[in-house]
Design a protein around this ligand. Structure first.
Ligand code: SAH
Length: 245
């Protein structure tokens, strides 16, 4: 039933993928595949795990609460995004979810929620955000899922900054005045930093601008909301230095 379209269903599995492997399907996946999509044994799905590319698999077990699929052949190799991290200060729940979803779609390699001085969120649900990144990868045809880190203090992340990685500091105080990304150096790796609704504190801005890996950039003359700014910054970076060229 529906086998002509069933191979279009893409699922993320946290399991090794290789020819002949049997992969267990979770309760949610069983509900979706067998309950919602009415797939049964013999139906085909595409599986990816963020490491081994995308594989065609055939349903071999279709229970109410669980299922299994047998891996047939690889349909696509792993396509890792460029080495770009997104650092952002969490905002309201729905907008934070949006940022993570868009970052996964647009090709960020790692997502790091950071607590800045004006960040209101004290905690995040890392597992929920990771689930959003997985869902985005399932829907956009991605074979890679960016890991979402636990919330960390911006200062701690900066203190532990890896050598050689540049930081595109989206600074609202420089709106319309600072250099744009095309004026700064090329190459990888990079990270993008987006502040919270309240922006960056003067002390924080001072600390950032003193660091030699930090490049302040403007996202134009208007102040964007943080979720818009994240999408805009990722677009700019992908266009100038990433895999959209
Ligand atoms: N309340 C602040 C704005 C915060 S906007 C104020 O009025 O100044 C949220 C975040 O989006 C900022 O911290 C910054 O990282 C980014 N951002 C928004 N508009 C920007 C712009 N025009 N240039 C650079 N960064 C911008």
């Amino acid at each position: 039933m529906l086998s002509f379209m069933s191979a279009k269903i893409r699922l993320y599995v946290d399991h090794p993928l290789g020819e002949g492997q049997t992969v267990p399907l979770s309760r949610e996946q069983a509900h979706y595949l067998f309950g919602v999509m009415r797939l049964g044994p013999g139906g085909q799905v595409l599986l990816f795990n963020g490491r081994d590319g995308e594989w065609r698999a055939e349903i071999t077990g279709a229970g109410k609460r669980e299922g299994a699929a047998q891996v047939l052949e690889r349909t696509r190799p792993l396509q890792a995004p460029p080495d770009l991290w997104l650092l952002f200060a969490p905002i309201k729940k729905a907008r934070t979810d949006f940022i993570v979803e868009k970052a996964a779609e647009m090709g960020a390699a790692r997502i790091l929620p950071v607590q800045t001085e004006f960040t209101n969120a004290e905690r995040i649900r890392q597992d929920r955000l990771q689930a959003h990144a997985i869902e985005a990868a399932e829907q956009c045809g991605g074979t890679f899922v960016p890991p979402v880190a636990e919330l960390q203090k911006l200062d701690a992340v900066l203190a532990d900054w890896p050598a050689g990685r540049r930081l595109m500091f989206c600074d609202e105080a420089a709106a319309g005045q600072a250099r744009t990304l095309s004026d700064v150096l090329a190459g990888e790796p990079w990270a993008v930093l987006i502040g919270p609704e309240g922006g960056f504190s003067p002390a924080e801005r001072g600390r950032l601008l003193d660091l030699d890996f930090v490049h302040a950039v403007s996202l134009g003359p208007r102040i964007l909301r943080a979720d818009t700014a994240a999408v805009a910054a990722l677009t700019l970076w992908q266009q100038a230095l990433g895999d959209w060229r």
